[in-house]
Ligand binder design. Structure first.
Ligand code: HEM
Length: 310
């Protein structure tokens, strides 16, 4: 039964994959704070999935060090301020209670015993990661997160670590991104937030994907014929903003996961994605666990692209 009588907007369709050789870059865009959070038709299902994960595997999807306390409270306060103003059809603030009309949930705020970062994470489709400056090293490290939809990483393995260590498995990170990222975190201004996109092709539509498939033997059922339905384009829309009071940096991650078949009527996008996959170097193909699926993905995309030329 529907819990609401209004229409949520359709999910956005980002296409960040670029033809040409892969280049590891920050690729940041200025973020208009009105667009900080994205709400769409999948809000009820995704919040229900967060609720399930937080109930069944809390220790895997939520963690916070004591030093995250101020940033967590600030994150919740920002959302409680932003959501009813930006999405009045969905969120309604009544005294100390925030009501979500899309899920029929009501959250008591001041009296809640829930960690503010967890409560914040239960309000929106985005995952929320707090980065705090370690006074000893000056480096930003992950102090807490409500991370229900990880793209093949585990919160417990990254908690407390600085950016370099978090990105240890990303090939080429230290040389291409290490110094610019540390500079960005040092200098980011609270009135100049930023956003970026990331993309992958995966063999699993699950939002909660803490582990990368290993070895060459997975996805053996994916063929050139069925790749449209067996492979998924997984996009991440990420935002970064400095929290003015705590001085922490809040990193949000929003997952958009769609079957490759959404490109069936879009030959140009299929051609772009094929070219972007061809541009990935061997290390990146390995890192993204794409080697076993790349042949089927390219065959399907090439056929889809060619169908548009006829
Ligand atoms: C400007 C900011 C950032 C940039 C440019 C950036 C860049 C990247 C890139 C290029 C990858 C490889 C992804 C792929 O293509 O599959 C990656 C992975 C990752 N990033 Fe970031 N990142 C940023 C901020 C952050 C922050 C703040 C966190 C904190 C949680 C984070 C956590 C991760 C993790 C956990 C991975 C996966 C690492 C693994 O495979 O173990 N990133 N990042």
């Amino acid at each position: 039964m529907s819990t609401h009588s209004f229409e949520l907007p359709p999910a956005k369709e980002y296409a960040p994959y670029q033809p040409g050789p892969f280049r590891l870059a920050m690729d940041l865009h200025p973020l208009n704070l009105a667009e900080w959070i994205e709400v769409d038709e999948h809000l009820p299902a995704e919040l229900a999935e967060k609720q399930r994960l937080l109930a069944e595997r809390h220790h895997e999807v939520f963690a916070a060090l004591p030093e995250a306390a101020a940033g967590a409270a600030e994150t919740l306060a920002l959302l409680v301020d932003h959501l009813p103003a930006r999405f009045p059809q969905v969120y309604h603030l009544n005294g100390d209670r925030l009501h979500n009309r899309a899920t029929a949930e009501t959250w008591p705020l001041a009296g809640s015993r829930m960690h503010p970062l967890e409560l914040a994470g239960r309000l929106v489709q985005e995952d929320l990661c707090l980065m705090g400056r370690d006074p000893a090293s000056g480096l930003y490290r992950l102090t807490g997160a409500c991370l229900c939809f990880p793209s093949r990483w585990r919160l417990a393995e990254k908690l407390g670590k600085p950016l370099d260590a978090i990105h240890g498995p990303v090939p080429g990170y230290a040389a291409a991104l290490g110094a610019p990222m540390n500079r960005l975190f040092e200098r980011l201004k609270s009135h100049k937030p930023v956003w970026r996109l990331n993309w992958s092709v995966v063999d699993d539509p699950a939002l909660f994907q803490p582990i990368a498939p290993a070895g060459p033997d997975y996805a053996t059922n994916v063929t050139a014929a069925n790749a449209g339905d067996k492979l998924w384009l997984r996009l991440e829309r990420q935002t970064l903003r400095r929290l003015a009071a705590s001085n922490d940096i809040l990193f949000t991650i929003r997952i958009y996961s769609r079957p490759l078949s959404v490109l069936a009527g879009q030959p140009e996008r299929a051609a772009q994605l094929a070219a972007a996959i061809r541009g990935l170097n061997e290390e990146m193909r390995l890192y993204k666990s794409m080697r076993p699926i790349i042949g089927a993905a390219l065959a399907w995309l090439d056929r889809t692209a060619a169908a548009g030329c006829g």
